[in-house]
Design a protein around this ligand. Structure first.
Ligand code: C2E
Ligand code: CA
Ligand code: CA
Length: 609
């Protein structure tokens, strides 16, 4: 082969290679263009997406941020790239959860938000939160590890949903729940009653003669009236009670968590009183009353439809009874309610009519069996019903506030009585007076006058003991604590009544200067046959003595109870064994038969504070 030939061959080869190279380059260019086009297409898609698209690496740093993201979050891409999403778009209250979710994902590859659509709140640059819908996917390849989040601002949709929900569930005039929401709430309350084993009361309230207002004053006035009524109803009820307007002038109230059905009686009366106050509408003064029907779940029915029918029926019964009243669906409850209403009325008159009398029950010194004290027990001689038990009328007097006057009457009458006895028999006698917690809480001024009365008539405070309940001490605030010290200063002693039935904590008695504990009758009753009660009585006596407190056993009925208590070192006894409570004149006879010599008049304790 000549040199020329070999040269030509080489040139050919070179040309071939160059051609191949060119082809390759062209191919590469084309591929690049395709990739670029694809990239641009993706970018365009990314940018034109109606969702915000946010990319983030596995450390939480933002690596991608499209225009829509700029729009809904208020951050430009330049500002936000390389910041963490935690510090920028996640509201503070979600940050912990977010961090936990990230940690879990990095460990196990699992997260609850992946590949599902969830609704949460996001944070705008200006600090306000807004609802978003978000879906997250993950890219986890050799050269790329990223999260892709598609985020849509759903503020408008949420707002529209709220508007629609409100329209469907609230009355536009009064803004109260309408029938629809009322039923939902009723179902909800029923379920919580089932869980708590409590009752609920359903009240149907219908305005009396509302139509007359509409007819004579016009519908605008009628509307104003309904608005005022709804605000009075709301004002009278607790936050947790639901008032709804079912139609025209028909309202309902759901009262949840009720343990005693009759306990709603005062509230019904309060609602009636509130609604019966005159209404000032523009220049018109309008008078109006309402009728209320009351039914109870589960007592009256467990069926939600029947319950509504009951409420309606009871409301018509209230109208039938002359309006401006309430009526219980259950006949027995209705009867009790009526009796109670009458009793409240009669109780108001009882003091003026001098229907009260105080009986005295001896309290015996266990060591000497001497008669040194008595408990004043109130009796009500009702003109028609005869003797009414204090356990029946005292709670009603407390509920209506009448206890203040009654309690004062008991105090002044008992003090005068013991004053006379101490003079007449020249004895160191003491009367124990029951007080209601309400007197301590609401009637501070009245109690202050007690002390001046004692001074005025010149009787020692030692002639009196006041009986209080454990509950009062458990809830004692400074006011009550100071009042107890006032009694101490006046030398009036203090007993804890019905000890053992309440909190029965001896430790807190140390904080207060208590003189006597009265062991409740329920423990004394079983002394001779119940080992637990026996142990309990003995323990109370031992502990009380350690604290310098004397013990009175209540309800002593048998000689063996008397003996056991004596053995335990119990200081005093009270009960049918010694004597029933008796009128003052009979008690005087007892004093005459068993005169008690004066003891040393020393105090066990002095005020320390
Ligand atoms: P309490 O303070 O625990 O009074 C003792 C009650 O037990 C009295 O009932 C008394 O008659 C009764 N009792 C006494 N010895 C025996 C016994 O051996 N066996 C039995 N089974 N019972 C006995 P009463 O007089 O019906 O009074 C009931 C409650 O009414 C009193 O319970 C007290 O909480 C309240 N109360 C009575 N008078 C007044 C008062 O003037 N003011 C206040 N706030 N409450 C009073
Ligand atoms: Ca008592
Ligand atoms: Ca008692």
């Amino acid at each position: 082969m000549s040199d020329i030939d070999s040269l030509e061959d080489e040139n050919d080869e070179q040309a071939l290679l160059e051609e191949k190279l060119k082809a390759l380059e062209a191919d590469l260019r084309q591929k690049k263009e395709i990739i670029l086009a694809q990239h641009n297409k993706l970018e365009a898609f990314f940018e034109s997406s109606i969702d915000a698209v946010v990319q983030m690496d596995f450390d939480g740093y933002i690596t991608g941020w499209n225009q829509q993201a700029e729009k809904i979050f208020g951050w430009s891409a330049e500002e936000i790239l390389d910041q963490t999403i935690e510090q920028t778009i996640i509201p503070e209250r979600y940050r912990d959860a977010h961090n936990k979710g990230m940690k879990k994902f990095l460990k196990s590859g699992e997260t609850s938000v992946m590949n599902t659509l969830i609704e949460i709140h996001a944070l705008h640059r200006d600090g306000h939160e807004f609802p978003v819908e978000i879906s997250v996917s993950v890219i986890d390849s050799a050269d790329l590890q990223e999260f892709n989040a598609y985020i849509r601002d759903i503020s408008e949709r949420k707002h529209a949903e709220t508007v629609i929900w409100n329209q469907a569930n609230f009355d536009s005039l009064t803004s109260l729940p309408n029938r629809n929401l009322f039923l939902q709430k009723l179902e909800h309350e029923i379920r919580s009653c089932d869980r708590s084993n409590l009752s609920l009361a359903l009240l149907y309230i219908d305005l009396d003669r509302f139509k007359d207002v509409n007819d004579t004053l016009g519908h605008d006035m009628g509307d104003l009236l309904l608005i005022e009524i709804s605000s009075r109803l709301k004002k009278t009820l607790r936050e947790i009670d639901t008032v709804s307007r079912l139609s025209g002038d028909e309202f309902t109230v759901i009262l949840g968590q009720i343990d005693d059905p009759l306990s709603v009686q005062p509230l019904c009366q309060q609602l009636l009183d509130e609604l019966a106050r005159p209404y000032q509408l523009d220049n018109e003064k309008v008078f109006l009353t309402a009728s209320i029907g009351v039914t109870f779940y589960p007592q009256d029915s467990k069926d939600i439809d029947i319950l509504q029918r009951n409420g309606d029926q009871a409301m018509y019964a209230a109208k039938g009874n002359g309006r401006n009243g309430f009526h219980f669906f259950t006949p027995e409850l209705q009867e009790r309610a009526l009796r109670k209403r009458k009793m409240i009325k009669d109780l108001r008159e009882a003091i003026q009519q001098q229907q009260f009398e105080i009986y005295y029950q001896p309290i015996i010194d266990m060591k000497t069996q001497g008669l040194t004290k008595a408990e004043a027990l109130l009796r009500w001689q009702h003109p028609e019903s005869g003797m009414v038990s204090p356990s029946v009328f005292i709670p009603i007097a407390e509920e209506t506030g009448l206890i203040a006057d009654i309690g004062n009457w008991v105090f002044y009458s008992s003090v005068d009585q013991v004053n006379r006895w101490r003079d007449q028999f020249d004895i160191d006698f003491q009367v124990s007076i029951n007080t209601s917690p309400l007197q301590w809480i609401d009637e501070a001024a009245a109690m202050n006058q007690w002390f001046s009365h004692l001074q005025q008539i010149g009787i020692s405070g030692q002639a009196i003991t006041v009986e209080i309940t454990e509950g009062l001490l458990m809830d004692a605030n400074d006011k009550i604590t100071n009042r107890l010290l006032d009694f101490r200063d006046a030398e009036v002693q203090v007993s804890i009544d019905d000890f053992g039935t309440g909190y029965s904590s001896l430790s807190y008695l140390k904080q207060f200067d208590i003189d006597y504990l009265k062991i409740d009758q329920s423990f004394v009753r079983n002394l001779d046959h119940d080992k637990n009660d026996l142990a309990l009585c003995e323990a109370i006596i031992v502990m009380a003595h350690k604290l310098g407190i004397k013990v009175i056993a209540e309800g002593v009925e048998t000689e063996s109870q008397n003996q056991l208590l004596k053995e335990f070192g119990c200081d005093y006894g009270q009960g049918y064994l010694y004597s029933r409570p008796v009128p003052a004149s009979d008690f005087e006879a007892l004093l005459r038969e068993h005169p008690v010599k004066p003891q040393s008049r020393s105090r066990t304790k002095k005020r320390t504070a």
